[in-house]
Ligand binder design. Structure first.
Ligand code: DGL
Length: 275
């Protein structure tokens, strides 16, 4: 595939594997457009960085992606990146459509009978004003327990492919227990990595704890923008979508497994690192 054929693809961007869940869901909804998944492993994990660091990393990376691919739109398939830098990216690249992924705090608040929800996310996401702002504007009488889970990001990034169902269920149960002990009756999965364990969270949750994610809303938003912009130029008829992993080659076996699972072909423009 030449670089020219890649123009107008739809980009999904995350620090690692998390956003693949969104790419997979969108590819099922609309298999036609060419999708490019960018795993910014060079800067993983985003959740331990400051807002300012993330803004500058993501402005640099977006510039690089635009130069090489002129994408039709960029999905920040990462809650941490979205709450930290979406506004700044829109300001810096006014000609580019961005779709963000933010924790499904509002629907969880509306559904909570106890008026108490728990949000599972990275440290950075949970520190951001975003959640406080929603709490104040959407449903002021609802309590929010913040459960920072950087180690769950690591589990998905490094161990998911090597762990069995029983271990995955045990991991999910630990956070459900923490949510329950806080008094919440809704648990928001506020990090795209956690959606690798969505089935386990749903299986492990008792009937009085509802699990929320923002997958279908995000896929719908991508599809609306795609349809509105009439991206007939978007490359179609490809047999595989593409996977670009930044930084030095790492965890090759895992990335091969992920590429196979999501039907992706590894790709890096020749001058990517020098640009
Ligand atoms: N997948 C990212 C998110 O949705 C976070 C992972 C990281 O800390 O790099 O927040």
């Amino acid at each position: 595939m030449t670089d020219k054929n890649l123009q107008n693809c739809i980009v999904f961007l995350d620090s690692g594997a998390g956003g693949l869940t969104y790419l997979g869901a969108y590819a099922e909804l609309n298999p036609r457009p060419l999708l490019l998944y960018v795993a910014d492993k060079k800067n993983f994990p985003y959740g331990k960085k400051t807002k300012n660091e993330l803004v500058s990393i993501l402005i640099e990376l977006t510039g690089r992606i635009k130069k090489h691919f002129s994408p039709a739109l960029i999905t920040l398939a990462c809650n941490t990146a979205s709450v930290s830098a979406l506004a700044e990216l829109r300001q810096n690249f006014p000609d580019t459509d961005f779709v963000g992924t933010v924790p499904a705090v509002k629907p969880a608040m509306l559904a909570s009978k106890k008026k108490h929800i728990a949000v599972l996310g990275t440290e950075r996401t949970l520190q951001d004003d975003y959640i406080q702002h929603i709490a104040e504007t959407a449903a002021g009488d609802c309590a929010i327990t913040r459960l920072a889970a950087g180690e769950l990001v690591d589990f998905v990034e490094r161990r998911f492919e090597y762990s069995d169902k029983a271990e995955k269920i045990a991991v999910a149960k630990k956070y459900i227990k923490a949510a329950r002990e806080s008094g919440a009756d809704a648990l928001v999965l506020g990090c795209t990595h956690f959606l690798f364990l969505l089935d386990e969270f749903k299986e492990a949750a008792p009937p009085d704890i509802a699990v929320f994610d923002s997958m279908s809303g995000v896929c719908g938003r991508i599809e609306n923008i795609f349809a509105k912009n009439d991206k007939a130029k978007t490359p179609a008829g490809h047999s595989k979508n593409l996977l670009l992993v930044t930084g030095a080659e790492n965890a090759e076996e895992q990335w091969s497994q992920r590429a196979a699972r999501f039907n992706l072909e590894r790709f890096k423009p020749r001058d990517w690192d020098s640009a």
